[in-house]
Ligand binder design. Structure first.
Ligand code: FNR
Length: 373
């Protein structure tokens, strides 16, 4: 069996063990998928400028974010349909995050309920909101508050679904359709198929409970038909509903970042949704410095982070923390919950090595002087 020593090794293992259409859902981007490459290329083109003869015999990668300590400067971001990779995938990810001392973000289209994840995992839990309909959003937000979630993440870059051509070609959607092709794909991946035969097909768990059993809403989430009329006034409405930390995800324009803060957001997440929505967007790092200079609140970032050195680059350019999308999912798909533990540990270890090699003993030391201009 091939060794697993970096995130890309876990990706390759995930590709081997998942049915093709499930792997394509995990890995794919919008349209020609140029942005997937751009996200990686922009990160790869940044050169770190090391500083020498600094005392780095002890290194500390802990950060404080929104008044809470975390053990590493990254967290698990929201991804829907985690149950397609492993049954109870959301709970596995949340438990691994809690063990690693970092937050986990539960997505609206999760396969475990808001309450089940709170009971089953603990740790610092964040909830990501897709607004399909405002009444339903209010109910989800109330449930997240009651269940003790610290942070609400409003995703703003899915007024409609991006054009994901891999999913279109594969006929991928929820509920899984048992087409002959799907059955053949499953037969070629018996480990995956056996787990799903035993546990049943993944469902959108947050919509199966009584107060949210609105079939129209379930249909809308499955087909990612959001309330495309949701605007800045609605953000102010959401702010009134949620007393804890509120973040706005999917921001790429400095003006929007400033407007989100004016509406009461505690922070913004600069993101192009991992290249899954519109292929023609900038990489978040191309806009991060301007956004970080414009707003006084924490600015988080995601899209394309696969190495500890990638995380260090974002922090040096002004990010407060990085959200991981696909990286922990590769671990989950490849080796279940322990695969998530391993991916999180290897990213921390790579961050530690990078900090030593550039002469930064703590995350607070990082700034743009560590980046070659
Ligand atoms: C996502 N993303 C996402 N974002 C969100 O706000 N709600 C969601 O339900 C999902 N679902 C989802 C599923 C899958 C399979 C992926 C890969 C991504 C986007 C995610 O939060 C994040 O922005 C990107 O994944 C970051 O890019 P990387 O780290 O995957 O390159």
């Amino acid at each position: 069996m091939a060794q697993l020593i970096n995130v890309d090794d876990y990706r390759k293992r995930a590709r081997r063990v998942l049915p093709r259409m499930v792997y394509d859902y995990l890995e794919g981007g919008a349209e020609a998928e140029l942005l997937l490459d751009r996200n990686h290329r922009v990160l790869a083109n940044i050169r770190l400028l090391p500083r020498r003869l600094r005392d780095v015999h002890k290194r500390d990668q802990r950060i404080e974010l929104f008044g809470r300590q975390q053990s590493a400067p990254f967290l698990i971001g929201p991804t829907g349909l985690n149950g397609a990779f492993r049954p109870e995938g959301d709970i596995s990810l949340a438990r691994a995050a809690a063990r690693a001392g970092i937050p986990f973000t539960l997505s609206t289209p999760a396969q475990s309920t808001i309450e089940a994840v709170a009971r089953g995992a603990g740790g610092d839990l964040w909830f990501q909101l897709y607004v399909v309909e405002k009444g339903l959003a209010k109910s989800l937000v109330g449930r997240a508050l009651d269940a003790g979630y610290s942070t609400l993440v409003l995703t703003t870059d899915v007024p409609v679904n991006g054009k994901r051509e891999r999913d279109m070609r594969n006929g991928f959607g929820v509920p899984f359709k048992l087409t002959p092709r799907m059955l053949a794909d499953g037969a070629l991946h018996p480990g995956w198929a056996w787990r799903f035969v035993r546990s049943g097909m993944p469902q959108l768990a947050n919509f199966v409970t009584e107060d949210a059993a609105n079939t129209q809403a379930q249909y809308a989430v499955m087909h990612r038909q959001m309330d495309a009329s949701f605007d800045w006034d609605d953000l102010a409405w959401l702010r009134q509903l949620w007393p804890n930390t509120l973040l706005v995800k999917g921001i790429l324009s400095p003006d929007d970042a400033a407007r989100a803060v004016e509406c009461g957001a505690d922070g913004v997440i600069v993101s192009n949704h991992g290249g899954r929505q519109l292929d023609d967007l900038p990489s978040p790092l191309e806009v991060l410095p301007e956004i970080a200079a414009r707003v006084a609140c924490p600015v988080l970032v995601d899209s394309g982070y696969r190495r500890g050195s990638d995380v260090v680059k974002a922090l040096a350019l002004g990010a407060s923390a990085v959200l991981l999308g696909r990286a922990p999912l590769y671990g989950l798909a490849a080796r279940g919950e322990r695969g998530v533990d391993e991916v999180l540990a290897l990213l921390s270890s790579e961050i530690d090595t990078t900090m030593a090699l550039i002469g930064a003993a703590s995350i607070n030391d990082l700034d743009s002087t560590f980046v070659l201009k």
